[in-house]
Design a protein around this ligand. Sequence first.
Ligand SMILES: NC(=O)c1ccc[n+]([C@@H]2O[C@H](COP(=O)([O-])OP(=O)(O)OC[C@H]3O[C@@H](n4cnc5c(N)ncnc54)[C@H](OP(=O)(O)O)[C@@H]3O)[C@@H](O)[C@H]2O)c1
Length: 351
Amino acid sequence: MTGTTQKAVVLHEIGAPLRLESGRPILNPGPRQVLVRVTVAGLNPHDQKSRDVGLFAHLLSLPAVLSNDVVGVVTEVGESVSGRVFEIGDRIVGQANWVKGSPHGGLQEFALLDIEHACRVPNNISDDEAATLPTNFLAPLIALFVPEKLGFRPPWQVGGSGGYDQATLLVIGGGSACGKFTTQLARLAGIGRIVVVGGDESELKAYGATEVLSRFGEPEAVQDRIRASVGNDLRYVIDTVNVPEDQHVGINALSLTEGGKLVRLRRTGQVRAALVREGAKYELVDIFGSSFEYPEVCKPFWERLPGYLRDGEIRPTTFSTIDGLDPDKINKVLDGYRDGVKVVKPNVHVS
Ligand SMILES: NC(=O)c1ccc[n+]([C@@H]2O[C@H](COP(=O)([O-])OP(=O)(O)OC[C@H]3O[C@@H](n4cnc5c(N)ncnc54)[C@H](OP(=O)(O)O)[C@@H]3O)[C@@H](O)[C@H]2O)c1
């Protein structure tokens, strides 16, 4: 039996540390929602930016509960979903609601998940592994398959993967969680050539990279390395790590004759026009990795995700752990993102 109040780690004020609070209400699931006892709440770089500079302030209403990557056990199902999609006791993973004013984030004992933006966790995947998934696969999923982004045909649609064996995709940031999922999803799409900059070569090749280039050296050296690999044919780049000031490296890799798209996960700042090749034809495409914004691509993927995980087609990334709803430890990990320290996808063990 679930009580009526709970503990949560809460953002009260932008720029101030998160605080532990008890006595917060446990909400009842509405239609198409379930209540979960949260086992793992995954943190991401954007949680630090939400805490410190109010990123997504238009969606958060304070006091807010952060963490969009939620894994838990279903304790209640909304009226209209009973017995249909999830049942009490199911172990599920979902993206917490990005809808304005949502109180649903993972840093609390009980959270609501929307059934269409969640799935069961198969037995071969742990809760920690499942928590590495939502934010970091949704951004590349949207980048690759939403028509106005790169618009590749999703592998589950009629015709499936295929027809892209001549296409080349450049992924910048192979060491990042998003870069790893981008590589796996590009392979699922059937993209013939996946050139990745940065990250561990054997890991990325196991995900589907056809070539892995070092990310180290001066930007010009990285640029030369990429151009030596992709020639003048490249139409598609996904940059998972760079701020706009450094995105010229990907832009300059695009075909000078054909032009192309640079899809980016980071958009705050300005591309340095002086560093872009003369005559470059490029379009910058921004991503917001919200399942709720792009349901036509994300919902069918959630339905198939348990199968992909069971078959090893999608593999979770590495993680680190924090025991309990401990605000000091959570703030410290978020400080690591702020300070540019290497942070391995942190999972808060809520219960
Ligand atoms: N727009 C969206 O919806 C969305 C969604 C998710 C994430 N993001 C953003 O995307 C970024 C990546 O997130 P994440 O969680 O995937 O990051 P992460 O896992 O923390 O990745 C950081 C790693 O990226 C690699 N890296 C750093 N600088 C690089 C560079 N210049 N070139 C190549 N590789 C580099 C490094 O790995 P190695 O040292 O091993 O190379 C670094 O440890 C963050 O800024 C995040 O806020 C945006």
